[in-house]
Design a protein around this ligand. Structure first.
Ligand code: ACO
Length: 323
């Protein structure tokens, strides 16, 4: 059986805090509406930070915390939908910044499921060589895709990065995974219409970088498909929900998390929440939350945890792992 031990976790957020009250000064919204409908109180917004700088900050912390040298890394992977450039990848930029000269580096694009998809990919890569090590980061500056005049999306998102450094060593392992994609629903959640779908790139094609969503459809998708994915993963592993210490879900809406806990008949206190402070940070939300739980001593080696992401694609991804 493959070993996959998480040697360190880390997170980084931009300095600028934007509260619901701040938003209510620039759009027709209120703290009461946002808190009640989403559970969000504030979020961080990048002003000087970039997807690369936040991700590199996380990578440096991971090396410091684990005591691993950059040249011992075999892989640097970044899950992101808000890379600073089409090319080079954020992962390649981070690899260069930290001097991981023996690591192959690449980004993966699975929106808010990116971290869960990334764990599966990193596990498969590390399995090739005992002792192999890799960094997986979810890094996002999603607010650059936000139209601050569109209150239906602007209040939801924030920026940040989180990550893990894992090794094919120790006693940790991936117990099971369940990844699913519903490409036929892709138009329900989109961002970055830069005209690149047109091979001739006619500029007349209006550029629209902003995030658009059918909020109700995404909500319905999440509350139906997330419990199903978790159930399929538990069934594959022949496990019951009470064997899971924490369900670390993508933080898109606290009401979605509550609904998933109800569907699974699992107490809500097993579903930690960080959306109140950070909003939806896309691929960064699960590793940021994981890192907080590890730093506060709530997750320790030997614990079994569930990581589930969902979002653009549309995609869903569940990983059950022994930490
Ligand atoms: N402030 C005040 N009122 C608002 C706001 C706002 N920020 N946004 C919408 N409203 C209004 C609407 O205009 C509507 O008014 P009306 O009844 O007069 O027409 C009313 O509030 C209700 O709007 P709904 O969209 O029906 O509200 P809902 O309860 O569905 O909540 C929300 C909206 C929070 C977006 C919810 O649907 C949701 O969380 N959906 C999931 C979205 C999501 O998670 N997306 C990201 C996925 S992850 C990824 O991959 C990026």
């Amino acid at each position: 059986m493959n070993r996959f031990s998480i040697l360190a976790t880390a997170r980084a957020v931009p300095k600028k805090v934007v509260t619901n009250d701040d938003l209510s000064k620039i759009m027709d919204t209120s703290d009461a509406w946002i808190s009640r409908r989403t559970g969000i109180h504030e979020r961080r917004v990048a002003t000087t930070e970039t997807t690369t700088s936040l991700s590199a900050d996380v990578a440096k912390q991971l090396l410091n915390k684990s005591g691993v040298n950059a040249d011992e890394l075999d892989y640097v992977i970044v899950a992101t939908m808000s890379s600073d450039y089409m090319m080079p990848s954020t992962a390649a930029a981070v690899q260069g910044i930290i001097g991981a000269k023996n690591a192959a580096a690449f980004d993966i694009s699975a929106a808010c499921s990116g971290f869960a998809y990334g764990v599966k990919i990193l596990d498969a890569l590390l399995a090739q060589k005992p002792g192999a090590k890799g960094i997986l980061i979810g890094g996002e500056t999603m607010t650059k895709y936000i139209n601050w005049a569109d209150r239906s999306t602007a209040v939801l998102f924030g920026d940040g990065a989180g990550g893990i450094l894992a090794a094919n060593a120790g006693n940790g392992r991936i117990i099971t995974t369940d990844l699913a994609t519903y490409g036929d629903l892709g138009s329900k959640l989109t961002a970055g219409h830069f005209g690149y779908h047109d091979p001739q790139y006619h500029q007349a094609d209006a550029e629209d970088r902003f995030c658009h969503q059918d909020g109700r459809a995404i909500y319905g998708f999440a509350i139906r498909k997330v419990p199903k994915s978790i159930r399929r993963a538990l069934k594959k592993a022949d496990m019951s929900p009470d064997q899971i210490k924490y369900f670390v879900l993508h933080q898109a809406n606290a009401r979605i998390v509550k609904s998933v806990s109800r569907h699974l008949h699992v107490p809500f206190d097993k579903f930690p929440i960080s959306i109140n402070r950070y909003g939806n940070t896309v691929a960064a939300s699960e590793p940021m939350l994981l890192s907080r739980l590890v730093d506060s001593g709530k997750i320790k080696h030997g614990d079994i945890i569930d990581l589930t992401g969902f979002g653009g694609g549309l995609t869903v991804g569940t990983v059950i792992l022994k930490f």
